[in-house]
Structure formats: C-alpha cells, structure tokens
Design a binder for this molecule. Structure first.
Ligand code: DC
Length: 225
C-alpha cells in the first residue's frame, strides 16, 4: 500500500502531537514533531546567549549546531549536538523563544530542509505550523486542528502539572495567546490552513475521537488514490 505524507498543522495545544503520535503508531508511520526542532534552536540560542535579532550571530549558531530527531516507541527524542534535550525544550520559556526564533529566515531554511529530507520517502506524519503550506505542499492528506484557546490552555495547564510543574492558568493562557498571534501574523510561513486542508475542531473531542476521525479521513484519502 502507498505510504503517504500526512501534514497536521494548527495552533499550540490543539492536539497535534498526541493525535499524530497515536495515528502514526496505528499506521506504522514515522512521526516527526517539527516544533521540537524549533524548540531545540531556541534552547541552543539561550544557552549560548545569542540575541536572535543579531542576524550574524544567529547564522553562526545555525551553521554550528546539529539537530536530530530520533524515533522511539514513546515518541520523538530531540538531540541537540547529540545531547537528549527532549525535556529541556518543553520549558514554558522555551515555547516563547521557539516562536520568536521560528520567524527568522535563516532558522526556517535549515529546519525546512531537514524536515523535507526526513519526510520525503513517505510513510510519515509531520506536525507543525507550515507543513501543508510550505514543507510538503504536495502532502496527500492535510489536517488543520483548531480548538478554543481556553480549552487549549486547560490542556497545556494539565500537561505541565503532570510534569510536576506548578503552572498558573492565567500565565499559560496568555502565553498561548501571545504565541497564536506571533505564529499567525509573521511574514514567513505563518500559521494558516492550506487551501486543501481539512479543518477539525478538537475542542469537544476525546483523544480517541480525534485519532478515529483522522483515521477515517486517511482511509477516505487512500481510497481515492
Ligand atoms: O508545536 P510547538 O508548540 O512545539 O512549536 C513551538 C514553536 O515553533 C511554535 O510556537 C512556532 C514554531 N513552529 C513553526 O514555526 N513551524 C513549525 N512547523 C513548527 C513549530
């Protein structure tokens, strides 16, 4: 059976990574979390004290770091210069910095190239902001997930609590709003649905419901190929 490229885009905490991971397991596809790659860039900039508005310094950083995603049963492992940074990149501070650094052309060019290389053979689900519009506009199935910001903030709040952190709901909410605005209003590869993307509101769906819905769309698409 043909192994296609599935693009899942949408705002933060809309259910992309959970759904993508489970659907990938069901289909025996690879899952690629592209947000993790921008987060790793942000972590590298923070550690090296790089001002992301200093284009020379940022270019130097991008030329010198190596970002890799390794696949594991439990999800993606993000490697920054061979160090496993999967946990460090989930810090709330890194979320905002990832959003800011991802607006820079020098960063996007390198990440998009890596993503295309990793996904081109098919049999892959990528989640992000610009997968269906920029990275793989030819993807056979494009999904755009949305959900009301209050619900997304509640999800992120619980995720952070599960990790043993002590989040404040209002802060989580305002960080999401800030990122929504930055990610969708930037000049380069802004967060917008591809014209041929299927929009799904996950606000009232369970995780199983989301996976089932995407699986139905996958089957429908495969039947038409
Ligand atoms: O999916 P995430 O929340 O982990 O992504 C972190 C940031 O990275 C997000 O705010 C915007 C950026 N990003 C992007 O610009 N393009 C992608 N394909 C994925 C993420």
């Amino acid at each position: 059976m043909k192994r296609i490229i599935i693009a899942i885009d949408g705002p933060a905490a809309s259910g992309k990574s959970t759904t993508a991971k489970l659907l990938a397991r069901k289909l025996r596809y690879l899952y690629l979390d592209t947000g993790a790659m921008y987060r790793a860039c942000a972590l590298a900039a923070k550690r090296q004290n790089i001002d992301i508005d200093d284009s020379e310094a940022l270019k130097g950083l991008m030329d010198s770091i190596q970002i890799k995603i390794q696949y594991s049963e439990l999800g993606n492992i993000t490697l920054l210069d061979s160090e496993d940074v999967s946990l460090a990149i989930r810090e709330p501070e890194i979320s905002l910095l990832a959003s800011a650094i991802s607006a820079k052309a020098v960063v996007r060019t390198k990440m998009v190239e890596l993503q295309r290389e990793m996904g081109k053979a098919g049999g892959v689900i990528l989640d992000g902001r610009d997968i269906g519009t920029v990275v793989f506009p030819e993807a056979e199935l494009k999904i755009f997930l949305v959900a009301p910001v209050q619900i997304r903030a509640q999800r992120r709040f619980l995720e952070l609590q599960d990790k043993g952190l002590n989040p404040i709901f209002e802060e989580v909410l305002s960080e999401l709003k800030e990122r929504d605005l930055a990610d969708s209003s930037r000049a380069l590869a802004p967060l917008i649905p591809a014209r041929d993307a299927i929009e799904i509101d996950t606000g009232q769906l369970s995780i199983e419901g989301q996976v089932a819905k995407l699986y139905q769309y996958y089957q429908k698409r495969m039947a038409g190929l």
